[in-house]
Design a binder for this molecule. Structure first.
Ligand code: NAD
Length: 478
């Protein structure tokens, strides 16, 4: 369902995308591709709403966030359950997705106040100059399947509280949790047209890109689509910020307290079934600690219970679609064909209880070298590749040779190596003894190289304020 002008609507486009419960492999819903007229109408209504909304004092706009936050806490388990049903991740992971969304609601409230009362200066006797931040208009938020709740919240709470209105277009693979969020938006009392939901896939995105009244786009997804949205959006005079694909390297130094951190490392590679833009993908060791790390890692990985995310004992859920599961399995084959050694084969650990599900257990390919597909391409699944570096410098070179720069982590007890690593790795989010280097809501969600398009990053702090407002400098003499 779409949500336009405060009402849920069926939509008029063709039923185009099947939605599955990936644990059962069963179709549970279908998504219509929004027609151009539907997108244009949602944008027109959002623009009308924006003209009134921008005049609402910011202190009042913020109050809607408080209501929304309370409603989200009240309904957190239901939102998490819907997320698990449509996405597959475990219930606890889904809850984490919602909690991160709520943190962005809080961060948006705090950040929005900061645009008031700053930069007002008397520049000479009788002459005042002030910088005023003003809202821009209608923004579109286009999100991927892997964090269906959190990622739209990286953007829309900031956009609307700063006086803009938004059209949200979630992934056609996971549309249901955002539909539930829209019922909370309605219950929070947001005026009609301030927050709209439009469903669809590639065509709906094109309608957004081609609509002249959309002022800016916040996109998160794969690199080819991010690049397409960035180029087409900016050539149509829109602001665009685009989070994109990743290949993340985790370096374990010989001095690391391995027993103490192993579950954290395992969580980085296999949490969210590896479908996380911050997931560890390549584990870098040295000849002196390789066997020790591999043995412990394999032991813990093989103990993970793969299953339906609503079952309490499940540690890791299914992948999003059968085609994606098959694609990840191809990487396992490719890893072997290109010279790696398969030391844990997740194709053998599919849960018998759910024969139709898109499951793949934790897998490990050892002995990978530079140039191999599993060393450099995004897999987005539960496959860990082990690379042995000759030296610290070799490790850094291997990490920095990636086209991506989303995240990278080091495990060490040495402050010197931690510092050298943080200084020299070209990735936006750096973890020191932290395997999922996810910035909290009041920090920008960074990302470099082919992992990000644009200048201002998702989430709070100055980036959110800068992206969703324009500057006006007023000089006055009395
Ligand atoms: P995707 O690129 O397939 O889809 C993202 C969005 O773009 C969806 O809303 C989809 O409907 C739309 N889309 C898909 N194909 C399109 C096309 N040809 N033209 C226009 N729009 C199109 O990504 P996904 O598979 O949903 O998500 C996984 C990807 O997202 C991974 O590469 C992952 O690394 C990345 N990701 C990045 C971050 C980050 O912050 N950098 C965060 C989460 C996910």
């Amino acid at each position: 369902m779409n949500y336009v002008n405060g009402k849920f609507e069926e939509g008029e486009g063709n039923e185009k995308y099947e939605v599955f419960n990936p644990a059962f492999g069963e179709r549970i819903s279908v998504v219509r591709e929004a027609k151009r007229e539907e997108v244009d109408r949602a944008v027109d209504l959002a623009l009308d709403a924006q003209k009134k909304w921008m005049k609402v004092p910011i202190s009042d706009r913020i109050k809607y966030l408080f209501k929304l936050e309370n409603l989200m806490w009240d309904r957190i388990d239901q939102i998490a359950e819907v997320t698990t049903i449509e996405h597959g991740k475990t219930f606890e992971e889904s809850r984490g997705d919602v909690v991160r969304a709520i943190q962005n609601v809080e961060s948006a409230a705090a950040a929005s106040y900061q645009i008031m009362g700053r930069n007002n200066k008397q520049i000479a006797n009788g002459i005042d100059e002030e910088l005023v931040r003003v809202p821009i208009g209608v923004f579109a938020v286009i999100s991927p399947f892997n964090f269906p709740v959190m990622i739209p919240f990286w953007f829309f709470p900031y956009a609307v509280t700063l006086g803009n209105t938004v059209v949200v277009k979630p992934s056609e693979k996971t549309p249901m949790s955002m539909e539930m969020i829209m019922s909370l938006v309605r219950d929070a009392g947001y005026p009609e047209g301030v927050i709209q939901l439009i469903n669809g896939g590639r065509e709906a995105v094109d309608h957004i890109l081609e609509n002249k009244k959309v002022a800016g786009i916040s996109f998160v997804g794969s690199t080819p689509v991010a690049e397409y949205v960035y180029k087409k959006g900016t050539s149509n005079r829109k602001r665009v910020q685009g989070g994109a694909s990743a290949k993340n390297y985790v370096l374990v130094m010989p001095d690391a307290d391995l027993e103490g951190v192993i579950s954290n490392i395992i969580g980085s590679f296999y949490g969210n079934a590896g479908e996380r833009c911050l997931a560890g993908s390549v584990l870098v060791t040295f000849p002196e600690n390789h066997d020790r790390v591999l043995n412990l890692f394999r032991k813990h990985a093989s103990e993970l219970k793969v299953g339906y995310g609503m079952d309490k004992e499940t540690d890791m859920g299914p992948l999003i679609r059968r085609e994606h599961m098959e694609r990840v399995e191809k990487f396992i084959e490719l890893g072997q064909n290109e010279g790696g050694k398969l030391v844990l084969d997740g194709r053998n650990s599919k849960p018998k209880k759910y024969p139709g599900g898109f499951f793949l257990g934790p897998s490990i390919v050892d002995g990978v070298s530079e140039g191999m597909a599993v060393m450099k391409e995004e897999i987005f699944g539960p496959v860990a590749s082990f690379y042995t570096a000759d030296s610290f410098e070799d490790a850094i070179d291997a990490i920095n040779s990636s086209r991506y720069g989303n995240a990278s982590s080091i495990y060490t007890t040495s402050g010197l190596y931690a510092k050298k690593f943080s200084d020299s790795v070209n990735a936006g989010n750096i973890g020191v003894n932290v395997g999922v280097a996810a910035p909290v809501a009041f920090y920008p969600f960074a990302g470099m190289k082919d992992s990000f398009f644009g200048d201002l990053h998702p989430q709070g702090g100055d980036d959110g304020i800068m992206f969703f407002t324009d500057r006006k400098v007023i000089i006055s003499k009395w």
